[in-house]
Design a protein. Structure first.
Lengths: 115, 111
């Protein structure tokens, strides 16, 4: 199993630019989560999907942030326009099933730096 | 709302000594509790979980955790620490459909 795959691993951009982060969950997992990690705020849940449907986006900081899950194998997190305070590591995770029910499987993260 | 607290930002322990990383929880109903580990520049990795049953839960890499209902705690333990255990450890609680993470505890194991 390839695990959760995120891209890009690193992104450096300038303020005002659009940023798109991508995630491929583990096949067969029906729930997908986007988290953001910073030194100041720790791990924050931004949004999650069940069966491709957004369930709770209360953690999305502003309208500049949007997320989509057009199918079971792909999700995007978009920031437009980006700001320096968006600099963080963004993690995608999918939730296990069966014996691994409830467990989150995390990708390696996308480190975003906005200059 | 469900929540967890990790009272220590950092724990230092000598290699070979036992280690404990503390976590307390606040939930309504039965708690579903988890421990995750994060190595530098990596994603979080699952260590163990408590759903129901035995209060002592065994997990990956020789770690275990003890669920204590009266003290509302779920401390992570290991009998003998390794330098390679040095990492950031997160306690988490399930809140409906999502996991809420604590602030993390950095474990430093000295040779």
């Amino acid at each position: 199993d390839a695990g959760v795959i995120q891209s890009p691993r690193h992104e450096v951009t300038e303020m005002g630019q659009e940023v798109t982060l991508r995630c491929k969950p583990i096949s067969g997992h029906n729930s997908l989560f986007w988290y953001r990690q910073t030194m100041m705020r720790g791990l924050e849940l931004l949004i999650y999907f069940n069966n491709n449907v957004p369930i709770d986006d209360s953690g999305m900081p502003e309208d500049r942030f949007s997320a989509k899950m057009p199918n079971a194998s792909f999700s995007t997190l978009k920031i437009q326009p980006s700001e320096p305070r968006d600099s963080a590591v963004y993690f995608c995770a999918s939730r296990g099933t069966g014996r691994r029910a409830g467990e989150l499987f995390f990708g390696e993260g996308s480190r975003l730096t906005v200059l | 709302a469900q929540s967890v607290a990790q009272p220590e930002d950092q724990v230092n322990v000598a290699e070979g000594n036992p280690l404990t990383v503390k976590c307390t929880y606040s939930v309504s109903g039965n708690p579903y509790l988890f421990w995750y580990v994060q190595y530098p520049n990596r994603g979080l990795q699952f260590l163990l979980k408590y759903i129901t049953g035995d209060n002592l839960v065994k997990g990956s890499y020789g770690f275990e955790a003890e669920f204590n209902k009266s003290q509302t705690s779920f401390h992570l333990k290991k009998p003998s620490a390794l330098v390679s255990d040095s990492a950031l450890y997160f306690c988490a609680v399930r809140d409906t459909d999502k996991l809420i993470f604590g602030t993390g505890t950095r474990l430093q194991v000295f040779p």
